[in-house]
Design a protein around this ligand. Structure first.
Ligand code: ATP
Ligand code: MG
Length: 406
């Protein structure tokens, strides 16, 4: 079996080999090739030390990503390649970071520190596969299995517990029995993992093709990282929520909104805040949760634009469609047709520059002040005019609006 690596990757490997070092593509990119998927990035590992890599790529643009840990990023023909020296990690006394890293000359040692067999493969056109833990076999069977003793590996870094769920969701693979047992037994250790790292893996899990299945199979693990969801996971609407997640397009905001749709706006925001998510994510997701049950018709789209904005209106259409599909009370074509009509109307409104903000209104504060309005009454009148415009009760026309204001 040979892998068809992109040209810049081959070139990096060849240059390292020509300088006398071993070099392989490694990790996710090898797994994706073996699974016939397109990798989104390429990592390289090599026996070269960081300062030796710097000499090999002296004429290229490099970024000193993590020299202490042996990582240099090299830009070859526009492709960023992360090159890391073969290393073994020292003890994880805090269950989060290795206390030290130690460089090694053997690729097998480097692979032994990696989390799952499917992620512990390396490939080089010159040297072939390094696959000491049966990664190719597990790719073929479709299994998530720890490298080495699962309990020990989760003890070193409890984030791997969530990573197992993330890969299970992303690839649609079940988790090997011993790995499954160990991750359930070790789940409480997730309390010591940083919330930012947890957020990354949870988001990956939610965006996987089997998100609903993974959440359904591991409520005990989810409860440790998202205790706010415990009441919901025991409620009768939980299966519907899982189905809604799966019916949502693979979008960060939609998947989080679907997960938190049974929680209420405030709890949704609190959950995302506890995960140290960005303000943009908190705002968008909590808006979607708040408005999820508002009926949308082509006539009310312009008002929704005013209330939540264009991006959120589009997402709301998708979320409401996913909910209808999950409920399954009507033919899918009917729900999908309605959503398409709403999207069409949304596109048309944006294209014709329809008014949905105060700034677009044909009158402004000065105009109303000239009519003798001031203070709160002025602001309220402007808002009332905007509302009548978005409801199509008034044209966005200066004369008409001034008359109405009077
Ligand atoms: P994706 O395609 O989703 O990015 P990936 O396999 O590249 O998947 P990353 O999180 O980018 O996943 O990690 C890159 C590689 O580093 C993994 O394939 C794995 O070999 C190793 N790795 C990452 N995190 C850990 C960890 N916590 N413990 C052990 N190995 C890890
Ligand atoms: Mg990756």
């Amino acid at each position: 079996m040979t892998l068809d690596l992109p040209l810049p990757v081959r070139e990096a490997l060849t240059r390292l080999e020509d300088a006398g070092y071993a070099a392989y593509a490694v990790g996710g990119c090898v797994r994706d090739h073996v699974l016939n998927k397109t990798p989104h990035d390429y990592d390289i590992c090599s026996s070269a030390r960081p300062e030796e890599m710097q000499k090999v790529f002296a004429n290229e643009r490099t970024i000193e990503t993590g020299l202490k840990h042996g990582t240099l990023t090299v830009l070859l023909q526009g492709m960023p390649l992360e090159i890391t020296t073969f290393r073994v990690d020292g003890a994880y006394s805090d269950g989060r970071h290795p206390d030290s890293v130690q460089f090694t000359a053997r690729v097998e040692d480097d692979l032994s520190r990696r989390d799952f067999t499917i992620n512990a493969m390396a490939y080089s056109p010159a040297r072939g596969f390094a696959d000491p833990f049966g990664g190719r076999e597990d790719c073929g069977r479709g299994l998530i299995r720890c490298v080495g003793d699962p309990a020990a590996r989760f003890g070193e870094d409890a984030l791997r517990i969530l990573r197992a769920l993330r890969f299970s969701s992303k690839l649609g693979f079940p988790i090997h029995e011993a790995t499954d047992r160990a991750l359930r037994a070790g789940k409480e250790q997730l309390c010591h993992v940083s919330r930012e790292r947890i957020a990354v893996e949870l988001t990956g899990l939610l965006q996987g093709k089997d998100a609903g299945k993974a959440l359904k199979a591991y409520p005990d693990v989810i409860a440790v990282v998202l205790p706010e969801l415990t009441p919901l996971m025991n409620a009768s609407k939980w299966p519907l929520i899982l189905d809604t997640i799966d019916k949502c397009p693979n979008d960060l905001y939609l998947r989080w909104a679907a997960l938190l749709s049974g929680c209420g706006e405030k709890t949704a925001r609190d959950v995302l805040k506890s995960l140290k998510m960005s303000v943009k994510i908190m705002d968008t997701v909590s808006t979607l949760v708040a408005w999820q049950d508002t009926d949308l018709t082509p006539h009310t789209i312009q008002e929704m634009l005013m209330r939540v904005g264009p991006e959120e209106t589009g997402l709301l259409i998708d979320l409401r469609l996913a909910k209808r599909l999950a409920e399954g009370k009507e033919p899918e074509e009917a729900a999908m047709g309605d959503a398409e009509a709403l999207k069409e109307k949304l596109r048309a409104l944006l294209q014709e520059n329809a008014c949905y903000t105060l700034g677009q209104l044909a009158v402004n504060g000065k105009d109303l002040a000239a009519l003798g309005l001031s203070g709160p009454a002025l602001g309220e009148t402007l808002h009332a005019l905007l509302l009548r415009v978005v409801r199509n009760e008034l044209p966005n026309d200066r004369e008409a609006l001034l008359l109405a204001a009077k």
